[in-house]
Design a protein around this ligand. Structure first.
Ligand SMILES: Cc1ncc(COP(=O)(O)O)c(C=O)c1O
Ligand SMILES: N[C@H](C=O)CCC(=O)O
Length: 430
């Protein structure tokens, strides 16, 4: 069993200078019984190495961005080459034009795009743009979906906030919270009722087209089309939050899989190849509301920074190679099947949701299609499972609401080693 002596020693040092010892609450181990979060020293390919010298197979993938594995040579080369030419210009670059063209080629509905620095910024701006376009104030979001940490979307947010038992953040003014209507995912009747009730107050509907923040949850057949149709009949815009989904399940947008096109798309994570990034875009007549063409203001000293542009282009160059997503799917299926076999063998009350190279294991016997079902899964068993894994060399997110993410660097051997460790955990720890 792994020893985490140095990580434990570093906890106090970290807490003495960094609030809570973490720079994002999702990284704390509060939801899995506390203790010292692992401190990593190095990451390469599918592996992490912590300060105690332990090696882990990594499925955290930095909460999604690292789809090509850690320290991918192509991305490393792009960043180092760019840094020798200057890190930040505060001017236009050919890189940002090239990257925007590459995104547009992959996601044709992006008539125009803007680069920002995080998923939070991207989503926050799409809401502002939807409000500017419609002249309305309210938005509808789905329960348990996380859209970053701007005020408006911290109502009934899943992921990190749920993990800490604070799906509604303190510090969000009541006036702001009144502009958010939350309905359950995969429940078209409740959505219809909300639209009927609030009618021409609704500027936009914010959707994770494939949920990634109460685990991986797909929309049921017809749900997303109905959301689009009902929203548009009401004069409201549909915004897809693709911060997790863009380039995660196929080359481009989740619209490739769900077959429904929204008005605006917000992106982040993967498109930066591991560097800080966000982007949003969509229909020209809507995007024209943004400054300098329109009156909706959005800006950023770091927006479109050359390092992120270079890393993003390099990442997409890796992902556009033939067979990448087929291989992620093959390994994902192998992992899912192996886990299901062990669940059956050890009679563990658990179920799995998987799409391509992302999956969530929920400790419940009910198939998870909405937030309440994810919430009802057993957090104590998850905590034991998590601790069993990190004591034996598997790193996943310390939360029952997060996904495991495969990368292009995971191999059959990694999956086999993972299943062997999971078997040990099921046998000895649950
Ligand atoms: C769907 C979704 N939207 C928005 C965000 C916010 O992105 P960021 O953490 O880059 O601000 C995240 C994750 O953090 C996310 O998963
Ligand atoms: N689930 C979150 C985003 O996807 C986790 C990232 C974070 O907030 O640290």
């Amino acid at each position: 069993m792994y020893k985490h002596t140095k990580s434990q020693q570093l906890k106090a040092q970290s807490e003495a200078v960094i609030l809570g010892g973490v720079n994002s609450p999702s990284r704390s181990y509060k939801a899995v019984g506390g203790g010292a979060p692992l401190v990593m020293e190095r990451a390469e390919g599918a592996y992490f190495y912590d300060v105690d010298g332990n090696k882990y197979i990594d499925y955290l993938a930095a909460y999604g961005p690292i789809i090509t594995g850690h320290a991918h040579p192509r991305i490393h080369e792009a960043i180092t080459e760019q840094s020798s030419k200057g890190i930040l210009y505060g001017t236009g670059t050919t890189l940002e034009i090239d990257f925007a063209k590459k995104l547009k080629a992959a996601i044709p509905s992006l008539d125009r795009v803007r680069f920002v620095n995080s998923g939070t910024e991207a989503v926050m701006t799409t809401i502002r743009v939807a409000r500017a376009y419609t002249g309305r104030n309210k938005i509808i979001k789905f329960e348990g979906c996380y859209h970053g940490h701007s005020d408006l979307v911290l109502v009934a947010a899943g992921s990190g906030p749920s993990q800490l038992g604070t799906p509604d953040s303190a510090g969000v003014p009541t006036g702001v919270a009144e502009d958010v209507i939350t309905v359950p995912f995969n429940n078209i009747d409740d959505f219809k009722t909300a639209i009927e009730h609030f009618g021409d107050e609704i500027a936009g509907v914010l959707v994770e087209p494939i949920v990634g923040n109460f685990g991986i949850v797909e929309a049921e057949d017809g749900f997303l089309q109905a959301v689009n149709d009902i929203a548009h009949d009401n004069g409201s815009l549909v915004i897809y939050d693709e911060v997790i989904t863009a380039f995660r399940f196929s080359y481009g947008s989740a619209t490739n899989l769900v077959g429904v096109t929204p008005d605006l798309i917000a992106m982040g994570k993967i498109i930066g190849g591991g560097t800080p990034i966000g982007a949003y875009g969509g229909r020209l007549d809507i995007m024209e509301k943004v400054a300098p063409l329109g009156a909706a203001y959005q800006a950023g000293t770091m927006a479109g920074n050359p390092l992120s542009m270079a890393a993003g282009i390099a990442c997409l160059e890796v992902l556009e190679k033939p067979g990448v997503y087929e291989e992620l799917d093959r390994l994902g299926e192998k992992l899912e099947e192996g886990l299901l076999h062990l669940i059956e063998k050890y009679q563990v009350k658990a179920t799995i949701n998987r799409l391509v190279g992302a999956l969530t294991i929920y400790f419940t016997d009910e198939k998870v299609k909405n937030y309440k079902q994810a919430e009802n899964s057993d957090g104590e068993v998850f905590a034991k499972f998590f601790r069993g894994l990190i004591s034996r060399g598997i790193n996943i997110a310390p939360s029952k609401y997060e996904a495991w993410f495969l990368t292009t660097e995971h191999t059959d051997k990694d999956i086999e080693d993972t299943l062997q460790i999971v078997e040990e955990v099921f046998k000895n720890d649950l």
